[in-house]
Ligand binder design. Structure first.
Ligand code: UDP
Ligand code: MG
Length: 306
């Protein structure tokens, strides 16, 4: 087996048939032997029936059916676990990752690159808010993480078997795939492409989901938010110390004055607020330690159809 395509499906019944109609001729033309590992990530519509129908026509399709929705990263992890190809290409089923690019990816791979990244040359198909928030996330993430994420690169990429085997060995439960990919390294090539809009259906990522995803990503690959607590705590302590000395001197030279209720209240509330925020930050990390220590499976499979 040369090429494994890994595709997660979550409520994508509208996209299934147009996806295969477009990708299969391209894979046939590439003259590589291939398989398409489809993960049904607990779809609530009839995605699984559509996939089974496609499988009857195309024996190259493998189906991994999850017991419920585990999220795209868990689905990609399963896809990589079940893939057998000498290289693996994860991609979305909504045709936002143009299958035509696969031919060029394979060419680069044969030239000797271990990773071939598809890089969006612009974000014109994204909404204004998505553009701003995505940019902000990458800027912050890359400033505080030791393993920078290339900008405008999604999960669409080609990985050699040795890269896939390395990533499969990562034991963590929180699968922030972009981060894991970047952590792995290897010899990388880039291909530019323009990301089209979704062919059918709607995006599965609400802003709330994206926000939580961003927090997962940052806490998985950086302890900087914890350091901020220390630094701000240190700074506030210094201020309090200086103010303490100032008050002591004033008592010596001017005697004791009682008023000060307002300033006392402000200082108390401010410090109380800061402490709660920092407890929250620490809590985010402890929560993740808790989840990791339980070692629950990343995904649960209901059925495998080979
Ligand atoms: N997806 C999934 N599980 C989820 C959410 C999404 O398997 O919980 C799949 C989805 O079916 C699609 C891919 O991940 O194949 C990308 O999703 P989407 O197109 O909604 O994301 P966007 O392109 O808007 O970032
Ligand atoms: Mg999409």
């Amino acid at each position: 087996m040369d090429v494994s395509i890994v595709v997660p499906f979550y409520n994508e019944s509208e996209s299934v048939s147009i996806f295969f109609k477009r990708i299969i001729p391209i894979l046939r033309r590439s003259k590589c032997s291939f398989e398409i590992v489809c993960i049904n990530d607990g779809s609530k519509d009839n995605t699984i029936d559509k996939l089974l129908l496609e499988k009857k026509e195309h024996p190259e399709i493998k189906i991994v059916d999850f017991s419920r929705n585990f999220g795209k990263d868990a689905a990609m992890t399963a896809g990589m676990d079940f893939s057998e190809g000498k290289c693996v290409i994860p991609m979305d089923c909504d045709l936002q990752d143009p299958p035509e690019l696969i031919t060029d990816m394979i060419k680069k791979w044969k030239e000797g690159f271990d990773v071939v990244l598809a890089k969006r040359s612009d974000r014109s198909s994204d909404s204004f808010l998505k553009k701003i928030t995505a940019n902000l996330f990458y800027d912050i993430y890359n400033r505080i993480s030791d393993y920078p994420l290339p900008k405008n690169v999604g999960d669409f990429r080609l990985m050699d078997r040795k890269v896939v085997d390395v990533i499969k060995e990562f034991p963590e439960r929180t699968r922030f795939m972009k981060g894991l990919f970047s952590f792995a390294g290897f010899k990388t090539a880039y291909l530019d492409y323009v990301r089209p809009i979704r062919e059918k259906g709607t995006t599965k990522w609400s802003y709330w989901k994206l926000w939580n995803y961003a927090i997962d990503g940052i806490t998985s690959f950086s302890t900087f938010p914890l350091k901020i607590c220390t630094y701000v705590g240190f700074f506030v302590t210094m201020l309090a110390f200086a103010r303490g000395i100032w008050i002591t001197f004033r008592v010596f030279f001017q005697g004791i004055d009682v008023p000060g209720y307002a300033s006392l209240m402000v200082a108390m509330l401010f410090l109380g607020g800061i402490q709660m925020i920092f407890l929250g930050v620490i809590g985010e990390y402890i929560g993740r330690i808790y989840i990791e220590t339980k070692q629950r499976p990343i995904y649960i499979i209901k059925n495998i159809i080979k």
